[in-house]
Write a protein of this length. Structure first.
Length: 536
């Protein structure tokens, strides 16, 4: 079933299919002017959505230079399966009266389920950042993603490849529109700044990775700021969910499963295998694009496990090779080496996205040899409360890096003054961009290694030392003596070591392995998994 809006777009979809063989990704299908706001009107609108503190900080760090024109762009791209489709997004243009070179800013939005809330519809909070940045001298580009806004089909939620393709192709479309339209006087100066929060942070890392592999001619990514993203879906975020039987946004879980089923087609045969009655019947219509996240959440149980068939849930938790876990690993966004400045922020009281996502991403990037990454806590805020602070920090950093607006802000001092977070949990040398830390400095980072040295009593397996450089001791706390298998996978899911044993203790030689994060899967009476850090 589709929304009425998507039925009305059927003609455009048909036209896109007819032209699919000649169209290029990023080609513009249509341009729709949406309206103009003065800086005064932008600030008035901000007061409707922001609390007093957030508004005051935004007012302090904005310069209100230009009126802003908003333009919707519909463009060619590919869907989660790699087939031609189209998507929508919005470009916010500073209304300058003579040709002016300006940096490009792209903001990737957080979790949305209702099409009306997509940035190009200018409703809700997600389009606010576009108005702000364009008012202050950036060409702001906000994609709706695949299946959101005017795009057809179900949005592939937290699907890294389609997040990246929609974002990169939207940038191509915006670049073409700005450079070829003689009535647009704001011209890209070739520099790109990328930001995202929550799902948008996951999308930002996927997009930065894609831009490194396939740069856009005439556009160079200078800096990315990402906040509170579920970068490690298969390990950190999954573990957080199973450790928290009460979850404030249960809609995220069926959203993810329905999306991955649409893309991969092998997560289940039918919904009766996944969801317990009545949710096997009531869940699908909730995601037809007409309901907000809040409207869906109130129709689902906060005790999220009660939505699921127990056997299916057991397989997700314990079967490393279950299609859900394979799909999650495909969409982890920590398995690459950032070559451009990447700043990771999170909040310490986040109830939706585990803060360790940021820590593990940071550690993984370090172990791959990147010296371009920083990671800092913003403060003791919950998920929604954290967003304005992260977005403000991104603006300050982009202003400093681009030279568009005044700089001189000491970000670390700003964080310390606004936060009660104990920043001593992070070694200062470890957290600085441009300085690769020594091994002992990483090991001294208490919070980073919490997940790798949990009590053995929690899961009947003990691994030490962790991090390891040569020999790793693995002890199984059970009386079972049957022959077992132990497998070691890298973070892409590639098997790098496989052994059988018939004792409760074994030693692995990891000296031949590269620095990195690995998953140990032990098959005995039960399947057990642990994470191992190899660091030399």
């Amino acid at each position: 079933m589709k929304t009425l809006k998507k039925f009305l777009l059927a003609g455009l979809f048909l036209l896109m299919q007819i032209n699919a063989f000649t169209a290029e990704r990023g080609d513009v299908l249509s341009v729709i002017p949406l309206g103009t706001l003065t800086p005064e009107q932008v600030m008035q609108n901000l007061q409707l959505y922001l609390d007093e503190t957030s508004y005051s900080l935004t007012d302090l760090f904005t310069y209100k230079k230009y009126p802003v024109n908003a333009v919707k762009i519909i463009y060619h791209t590919i869907n989660g399966k790699g087939y031609p489709t189209f998507a929508s997004g919005v470009v916010f243009l500073p209304a300058v009266t003579e040709t002016t070179s300006m940096p490009v800013f792209s903001y990737l939005h957080g979790t949305l389920t209702r099409d009306l809330d997509a940035p190009s519809n200018l409703q809700g909070t997600e389009s606010i950042i576009g108005w702000i940045m364009a008012m202050d001298g950036y060409i702001a580009v906000l994609p709706d993603y695949i299946g959101m806004g005017d795009g057809p089909g179900l949005h592939p939620y937290q699907h890294a490849a389609s997040e990246a393709s929609a974002s990169v192709d939207m940038l191509k479309a915006a670049l073409f529109f700005c450079t070829t339209n003689p009535l647009v006087y704001a011209k890209p100066n070739g520099n790109l700044y990328l930001s995202g929060y929550s799902q948008g942070a996951h999308a930002a890392l996927a997009t930065q990775n894609e831009l490194q592999a396939n740069p856009i001619p005439g556009l160079t990514l200078r800096k990315t700021v990402a906040g509170s993203g579920a970068y490690s879906l298969s390990y950190i975020q999954k573990k957080y969910l199973f450790d928290h039987p009460v979850y404030p946004s249960p809609s995220f879980l069926p959203y993810l499963l329905l999306s991955y089923q649409e893309v991969y087609g092998n997560l289940y045969g039918n919904l009766n295998q996944v969801f317990a009655a009545p949710y096997n019947l009531t869940i699908p219509p909730l995601f037809y694009g007409m309901n907000t996240v809040d409207e869906i959440d109130v129709q689902l149980p906060a005790y999220w496990k009660t939505m699921f068939v127990p056997q299916y849930l057991w397989n997700i938790q314990y079967n490393y090779f279950h299609p859900v876990n394979i799909a999650l690993r495909k969409n982890d966004v920590i398995n690459w080496k950032p070559e451009t400045d990447l700043n990771l922020y999170y909040c310490t009281c986040d109830e939706l996205v585990a803060k360790e996502n940021s820590m593990l991403a940071y550690l993984s990037f370090l172990l791959k040899g990147s010296d371009k990454v920083s990671c800092l806590p913003v403060g003791p805020f919950k998920h929604a409360e954290c967003a304005p602070f992260v977005l403000l920090l991104s603006k300050i950093q982009f202003d400093c890096a681009s030279g568009v607006n005044p700089c001189g802000i000491d970000l670390l001092s700003l964080l310390k003054s606004a936060s009660t977070t104990d920043l001593s949990d992070f070694n200062s040398a470890v957290m600085n961009v441009g300085q690769f830390p020594a091994a002992d400095e990483i090991i001294q980072n208490k919070e980073l290694l919490t997940y790798f040295n949990e009590s053995a009593s929690l899961n009947n397996i003990d691994i030490y030392p962790n991090p390891a450089s040569d020999l790793v001791n693995i002890e199984l706390h059970t009386n079972a003596t049957s022959v077992s298998r132990i497998s070691l996978f890298d973070m892409q899911g590639k098997l790098v070591m496989d052994k059988t044993f018939n004792t409760n203790a074994i030693q692995l030689n990891v000296k031949p392995l590269k620095n990195g994060v690995y998953q140990i899967v032990l098959n005995s009476d039960n399947t057990l998994t642990k994470t191992l850090v190899v660091l030399k």
